[in-house]
Design a protein around this ligand. Structure first.
Ligand code: NAD
Length: 317
């Protein structure tokens, strides 16, 4: 089975490439290295069945493939707001180019969508039939609306051209190979703790988040791709177990043995109080749920950042 992974040199994409190669697939990893790095796929380069192509998905692509995992897109606010026009272009033109390729190849195609399609939700937890509350003109809209438009395109190709599609709505995921400077809470806390800097909590830290370890998420994506043709999703993939941000900070300090203290800063305007997936559909249709405990996932992530910081990771933009 030949698989194409766009965004394959990124955090999630590189773990997906590892998994597909381990399962015996041939993998074409396509990435323009905007936020990804060849270091993430170094272990696969030159190996059997793995090819890397430096390509921007906003340009059309031809390749012989049977499955396409469309992950290309900067995912953290710092990165997707750096060039918002390009973010929307990647979401929308990238989706069109990959959907056209899937149509020509009669391939299955999976979209890495996001919990951000729910915007600032007024129901908790969010299930897939909730249509969301998204600001179409704010600084996050390039990503939120770009991803919503990509979902629209996926379902129109499915209805109009009978393309076999799968849409995953991914919630907060963490693990080794996260970008050290992406401003996300898990990487932020770990990097601050390892450097002995104060850990910055926004607000009083009582807001809750749920964190899915990358191995669990990759299991979900692979299971989704393998579902029967009549299952399209969208399906939420994430961890429904909630932690307060203060609990996360305390756990990181304990696991790193850091002397960092917690420092509180004012809560930004757009910071949601709570973000939590309803994963009943994934449990029922994919027989999937996260299994990795936060403490175990954090320990592996800390080990990764510890080694990365030792190699001077600050140089990566
Ligand atoms: N990590 C999460 O918690 C999370 C949550 C929800 C959704 N997602 C989605 O999963 C996907 C992967 O996220 P990630 O966390 O691995 O982010 P990431 O930034 O590490 O990976 C994205 C990859 O896409 C590449 N890329 C960006 N624009 C491109 C373009 N125009 N052409 C080719 N490659 C391009 C980047 O270089 C990078 O390697 C994204 O689509 C993201 O929206 C991730």
């Amino acid at each position: 089975m030949k698989a194409l992974v766009t965004g394959g040199a990124g955090f999630l994409g590189s773990h997906l490439c590892d998994r597909l190669i381990a399962d015996g697939s041939d993998v074409l990893c396509v990435d323009n290295l905007y936020t990804g790095s060849l270091d993430n796929v170094r272990q696969l380069l030159g190996g059997t069945g793995f090819n890397f192509l430096n390509h921007d998905v906003t340009s059309p692509l031809d390749a012989e493939v049977e499955r396409i995992f469309n992950l290309a897109c900067p995912a953290s606010p710092i990165h997707y707001q750096r060039n918002p026009i390009e973010t929307t272009r990647t979401c929308v033109h990238g989706a069109i180019n990959m959907l056209d390729l899937a149509t020509r190849q009669r391939a299955r195609i999976l979209q890495a969508s996001t919990s951000e399609v729910y915007g600032d939700p007024d129901i908790h937890p969010q299930s897939e039939d909730y249509w969301g509350r998204v600001n179409p003109i704010g600084p996050r809209s390039c990503y939120d609306e770009g991803k919503r438009c990509a979902e629209t395109l996926f379902f129109d190709y499915h209805r109009q051209l009978r393309l076999r599609i799968k849409v995953a709505r991914i919630f907060n995921t963490y693990g080794p190979r996260m970008h050290p400077n992406d401003g996300r809470v898990v990487s932020n806390f770990i990097v601050q703790a390892l450097r002995g800097q104060p850990i910055t909590l926004f607000g009083d830290g009582s807001q809750t988040r749920s964190f899915c370890y990358v191995d669990d998420l990759i299991n979900g994506l692979v299971s989704l791709m393998d579902t029967p043709d009549d299952f399209t999703g969208p399906v939420n993939l994430g961890n429904p177990v909630e932690f307060t941000i203060r609990e996360l900070a305390t756990e990181v300090i304990a696991l790193t043995g850091s002397s960092s203290r917690i420092e509180c800063k004012p809560l930004p305007d757009d910071d949601p109080r709570q973000r939590k997936p309803d994963i009943a559909l994934a449990r029922r249709c994919l027989d999937w749920e996260p299994t990795v405990q936060l403490r175990d996932g954090l320990a592996k992530t800390i080990a990764y950042f510890d080694s990365l910081l030792g190699q001077g990771a600050e140089a990566r933009p």
